[in-house]
Design a protein around this ligand. Structure first.
Ligand SMILES: Cc1ncc(COP(=O)(O)O)c(C=O)c1O
Length: 473
């Protein structure tokens, strides 16, 4: 049987639900990476089949290959900043696929288009952002940065009397982009995609980990004499979870007439707990703010949010009508005119559902649980004679390295830590990445998963010590 057949649907749904239940039910107790992962991945390939094998057999083939996946949905994945999926988000995301709606135009899906509006409003409330900001769901933080910086580009050109979206970059003055050393590469990538230019970004750091040099920032802004500028603030940098000082950066942007953008891909969630809210003070003054859903909101990929103070900028950049499409200025939101994709997935469903299911209190609980895990791991690092913590733990990332007693700082120690990092990924019991922090190779486990238990977090220290003793001895 090689054609899709409605009679397959029942068996497909049944099989998928049973297999997913079994997979997720056992995920906490399996290693993050199975030793056969590469082999399983390599077993796929070959020519396009002439005759298909049917839906059920095909899905069985996939469910038989789960050892090839890295089990990042589970509680022991601390690499990058990757969250899991709450039960409510999982169910709603499946529903999004089941309904296969396109909220790009309100008329094609009033339910999911409305839920996107509600989701955006609830997120603003959750994060304490101004109610008047407009927003849109994106595929992640990179595209949220693209949306926000696209609005910044439009605004900068409008200051010079140019409609850059109509007339192109050649008609507009160049834009200077300023930030500290924490500016995330996705902001730089977005600026490249927008034609602003990756090399237009100047990072002004006062030390080797990237803390922003406010005096240099002010000097650069002053020297521009009012030429178009964007200031990027980082709320949550990836190596140690540190924050730029947002209030003085907002002051400088305001004083020198620059756009103020804040990348809070995961750090915006600091606003959810009274313990960390001070870290994002000043964010409400930004012209644009972004965050990720597939990080600390624990909704499935691909999910991010962009918030922009002036709603007219979003349609100015992304509005794009035609006779067969809705009017660009229709009062009901046509989400295809507020972000890059015209047709788009109903990614509002998992966002709405997880906020509906767990509320503000549930999210405070998830964030504070992850804050506690980071503190618990930091305490274990501090108590171990062969581990060295390299940064304060302000949020959810613990930055540390293996450093046996008597060892000296330098390339040999860096090399040992690099090898421990590679061996840890092979080991697979727990997953965390290595980085270079102020010239030192270090580990930077990041806690954002709602399922992580303290034994999972503490396993990081145990694995580093075991591998360190083995590789360094
Ligand atoms: C601060 C920051 N900005 C942007 C991104 C890019 O996010 P995404 O991978 O969702 O595009 C990340 C990802 O880790 C991040 O930490």
């Amino acid at each position: 049987m090689t054609n899709p057949d409605p009679n397959e649907l029942h068996d497909v749904v049944d099989l998928t639900a049973r297999e997913a239940d079994a997979y997720l039910g056992g995920i906490a107790d399996r290693p993050v990476r199975d030793p056969s992962a590469e082999e399983v991945a390599a077993s796929f390939g070959g020519d396009l089949p002439e005759h298909g094998s049917g839906a059920v057999a095909t899905l069985k083939e996939l469910f038989g290959a789960l050892d090839g996946a890295v089990h990042s949905a589970g509680p022991k994945f601390f690499h990058f900043v990757d969250g899991g999926t709450t039960p409510a988000a999982l169910g709603a995301d499946w529903l999004a696929t089941t309904l296969d709606q396109n909220p790009g135009a309100w008329v094609s899906s009033p339910l999911t288009a409305r839920l996107e509006q509600v989701a955006i409003d609830w997120l603003k409330e959750l994060f304490g952002l101004p109610a008047g900001m407009s927003g849109v769901l994106t595929t992640g933080a990179t595209m949220a940065n693209f949306v926000a910086l696209g609005c910044a580009r439009r605004w900068c050109a409008l200051q010079a009397g140019v409609d850059v979206d109509a007339d192109g970059l050649a008609a507009a003055p160049p834009i200077t982009v300023l930030g500290g050393g924490y500016v995330h590469p996705s902001d730089v990538k977005a600026l490249g995609m927008l034609g602003v230019g990756r090399d237009r970004v100047r990072t002004l750091a006062r030390d080797d980990v990237g803390r922003v040099d406010l005096e240099a920032l002010e000097a650069e802004l002053r020297a521009l004499h009012g030429a178009p500028a964007i200031v990027i603030g980082s709320a949550g940098e990836v190596n140690a979870g540190d924050f730029d000082p947002l209030p003085p950066m907002a002051d400088l942007a305001e004083r020198y007439g620059a756009w103020f953008h804040v990348d809070g891909a995961f750090g915006l969630f600091a606003s959810v707990s009274p313990r960390t809210r001070h870290l994002v003070e000043g964010i409400e003054r930004a012209d644009s703010v972004i965050a990720d859903g597939h990080k600390w909101l624990n909704v499935p990929y691909e999910n991010g949010f962009a918030f922009v103070r002036d709603p007219a900028l979003l349609t100015g950049v992304f509005g794009s009508g035609a006779a067969y499409l809705p009017d660009v200025d229709e009062p009901r939101p046509n989400w295809g005119y507020l972000g890059p994709e015209m047709s788009r997935r109903a990614r509002s469903l998992p966002v709405w559902a997880t906020l509906r299911a767990y509320g503000r209190e549930g999210y405070r609980g998830i964030v504070e649980h992850d804050l506690d895990l980071a503190q618990a791991l930091a305490a274990a690092v501090d108590a171990a004679p062969d581990l060295e913590r390299l940064a304060d733990v302000q949020l959810n990332i613990v930055n540390f390295r293996y450093r046996p007693e008597g060892s000296v700082d330098g390339e040999e120690l860096n090399d040992l830590n690099r090898r421990i990092g590679e061996a840890a990924l092979e080991d697979g019991r727990v997953f965390f990445g290595a980085t270079t922090y102020g010239g030192r190779v270090a580990f930077r486990p990041a806690f954002v998963n709602w399922r992580t238990r303290s034994e999972d977090a503490l396993l990081v220290a145990q694995v580093v010590r075991e591998l360190g003793a083995k590789l360094g001895g």
